[in-house]
Design a protein. Structure first.
Length: 304
């Protein structure tokens, strides 16, 4: 966008939480110091139509192209419903480009899968196509998005949970999102169950809650004969994968198994967010979700 543009960039932040997270507004301050930023907290689904309508019309069909929406917050289900309402409310030529990253989940998942891809390529194992990817504790929003992105890359995905039905439910949602049967759900709570879940895996991504150790070195050594790459997104001790610290980058965790820790995933995640906001500014319409985040992630890792 040239600096001589007649319209100023405006970004409306809709957050489902009591307080708007300062994370994303602060992330754009230095990219677009002249942007007009408007924040709404505690946003409910029924609030959205009016806010969006009021954002669509005042700048006219040309000006609306410079108005953008970011949707965030901890309540992922509500965020998805808000995005649906935004889509239903807009119509040509009054469309607004929307970036969705509830609590950083989409950018984190994109960074985790991209890091796995980067290590596979670096160590001569090719890309994710037909690889087996096990997502430990993959029933949260980060695990779900990792499952979708891995499946979209042509991988076979195993999602684990402490409860079989939860794992199967998320696997089904992944399959529905991707449109092919690529994911399955398995129960993993004991070391043996985690072992079985990684037995055939080429890649293991740990997406458990903060401070939950999921995979020990003993289990990795005993069962992970095919594992080449491990990625952890939990930065809170103990980390999700034993032997993998948050700052580790391409660490040989055990012979032949290379890993990336949560802080290194986080560095890529932050770069993805910055690039996504730049993309948002250039994009006249459409929804930028975890797919867009992953496209940006792949471009970023290819430059390294
Ligand atoms: N760097 C960033 O900006 C960033 C952003 C977002 C997330 N993250 C990190 O990414 C990770 C995943 O985030 P998320 O929001 O998707 O996670 P989440 O929903 O809080 O948890 C993921 C899964 O962990 C399992 N779990 C919870 N407590 C457990 C326990 N005590 N023992 C074993 N398993 C347990 C649950 O699976 P089951 O109940 O099905 O077993 C849950 O669905 C977190 O560590 C988070 O800190 C980082």
């Amino acid at each position: 966008m040239s600096s001589s543009r007649p319209y100023k960039l405006a970004i409306i932040f809709l957050d489902t939480d009591k307080h708007v997270s300062p994370f994303e507004p602060l992330a754009v301050v230095d990219i677009f110091p002249d942007a007009f930023i408007l924040t709404y907290s505690n946003v409910d689904v029924e609030d959205v139509k009016k806010i969006v309508q009021d954002a669509m019309f005042p700048r006219g069909p040309k000006g609306v192209r410079y108005t953008k929406i970011f949707v965030g917050g901890s309540d992922v289900v509500k965020v998805n419903r808000i995005v649906e309402v935004i889509k239903q409310t807009m119509f040509p030529p009054f469309e607004i480009a929307v970036l969705v990253d509830p609590r950083g989940n989409n950018t984190t998942a994109a960074a985790a899968v991209a890091k796995a891809l980067q290590l596979l390529i670096k160590h001569g194992y090719g890309d994710l196509k037909d690889k087996k990817v096990t997502i430990l504790a993959g029933t949260g929003p980060v695990g779900f998005a990792c499952g979708v992105l891995s499946a979209l890359e042509g991988a076979y995905v195993t999602i684990t949970s402490r409860v079989l039905e939860r794992a199967q439910d998320v696997a089904q949602r992944v399959n529905k999102e991707v449109g092919v049967e690529r994911a399955r759900g398995v129960k993993a709570a004991s070391p043996e169950e985690f072992g079985k879940a990684i037995e055939e895996a080429d890649v293991v991504i740990a997406t458990g809650a903060p401070g939950v150790r999921l995979l020990t070195l003993d289990v990795l050594k005993q069962y992970g004969k095919n594992v080449k790459v491990v990625v952890d997104v939990n930065a809170v001790p103990p980390t999700g994968i034993e032997g993998l610290e948050p700052g580790d980058e391409d660490k040989e965790v055990i012979p032949g198994v290379y890993g990336v820790g949560a802080l290194r995933v986080g560095v890529l995640k932050n770069s993805i967010l910055v690039e996504l906001f730049k993309k948002l500014a250039e994009t006249p319409k459409g929804i930028l979700d975890y797919r867009a985040a992953y496209e940006v992630a792949k471009t970023l890792i290819s430059k390294k």
